[in-house]
Design a protein around this ligand. Sequence first.
Ligand code: GLU
Length: 433
Amino acid sequence: MIVASDDTIFSDALRRLDKAFQFADVDPEVILRLKYPKATMQVAIPVRMDDGSLRVFEGYRVRYDDSRGPGKGGIRFHPSVSLGEVKALAFWMTCKCAVMGIPFGGAKGGVTVNPKELSRLELERLSRGFIRQIADFIGPDRDIPAPDVYTNAMIMGWMMDEYSKLSGQRVPAVITGKPIPLGGSLGRDDATGRGAYYCIKEFESRKGWVPGEMRVAVQGFGNAGQSVAQLLYADGYKIVAVSDSQGGIHNEDGFDIPSLAYMKNESRRLEAVYCNGALCETINADRLTNEELLKLDVDILIPAAMENQITIENAEQIKAHVIVEVANGPITSQADEILNKNGKIIIPDILANAGGVTVSYFEWVQNKAGYYWPLDEVHSKLRAIMTREFGNIYDLMQKYECDMRTAAYVLALTRINEAISAHGTDRYFSGND
Ligand code: GLU
C-alpha cells in the first residue's frame, strides 16, 4: 500500500473543491469555509491489556462541517490512521451527505491500532475508552458516528452503551450501524455495497450492458466489497478477481461469491473455494497481488479497501473501463487526471459508497421516532435516493461536459452553498446581493 504523508491526503482531497468551483455557481466564501475542519479532537486512550500491562492508543474525531446538519461519519480502527487521514475522510463525508441530500454535515473518527492484534475484551475496552474520551464532542444532534474500516455493529453497540451510561439514559440515535436488537436498522449491514450496486444498475440500463458479459475485479473483500460482489454475482456478473489485505485470487471463469464469502468469514482467509453447505472444497485459481488485481483487463474495477490505491505510479496501467469507488479516496487527484485522459469512467466515492450513510440516516430517523421499518422499505427508500442523485450527477456531467467526480462535487457544493448562504455571506452583508 502506498501511504501518503499525514497532510498530503487532506490537501489532495481539497483539490477536488477547486476543480468543481470552476463549474459550480457558489459563493467563494463557501470554498474558503470548506478548506478548514470546524473542530478537531485528538485523544489518548489508555487500555488495560489482558496480561495486565497498559497501552495507550491515539484517537481522533473531526467534525468537518455542520452547515447542513449534525456531523456524520464512521470510526475506523486501523494502524495507518492519522489526523490528516481523518480530516480528509471527514471532508469526504461532508460532500457525501450533501450529494445524497440527507440533513447531515460531515465528520469522521479513527484510532491508530491494528484491531486484529487485540483480544475481544481488549477491543471492547478500547471502544468504550474512545467513546468516554470523545463523549462531549459527539451527540445525537451534534455528531453521530458509525462503522468504518475494521469496526462493526458489535463495536457500535458497545459505544452506544458507553455513551448511554454517561448520559444516564438510553441514547440510540448517538451512533448508527448498531446491532438490530439494540436499535440498528434492517439493511444497514450491506447498505454500502448495495448503494454501489444500484449505481452500477443505473449504468447498466443507460449503456445496455449484458451482466453475463461483464467481468469484474473487487479489491477488498470486507463488508462493502463482499456485499457489492454478492449482489452483482446474483445478477449474473462474472467476478473474476477478489483480494483482501493478504493478496488476491483470479479465475477468468468467475468465482462462486457466496462460497468465497462463507470461507472468508469463517476462516478470515481468502481461498478459491466452492462450498455446499458447510462443506468447502478448494478449487483452482491464480494468486495475484493487490497491485496486479488493479491492473487486470476487466470491464469493472471496484476498489473497496483503502485510500491511495491508484496513484500517479500505476494510473497509466489501469485497463478497466469503469471504476467504482466503494472505498473512500482510492484514487489520487493526479491519477484522476490520467484516468480521465484515458477515457475511464469513474463512479466517485461520494456517490458510489454513499448507501452506507444513507441507511445510517434511516437508522437515526427510526431511533428518533422509536418506530422501525421493514427491510423492503429500507431498500426501496435507498434505491430511490441513489437513483435520484445518480441521475442528478449524470445530468450535471453532460451539462458541463465534465467527469462524474467533478459533477458530484458541483452537486455537493451547490447544496452546501444553499445552507451557508441562507445565513448571509459577503454578497448579502456588503449589499451587493
Ligand atoms: N463509514 C461509512 C462511510 O464512509 C458510513 C458512515 C456513516 O454511516 O455515518 O460512508
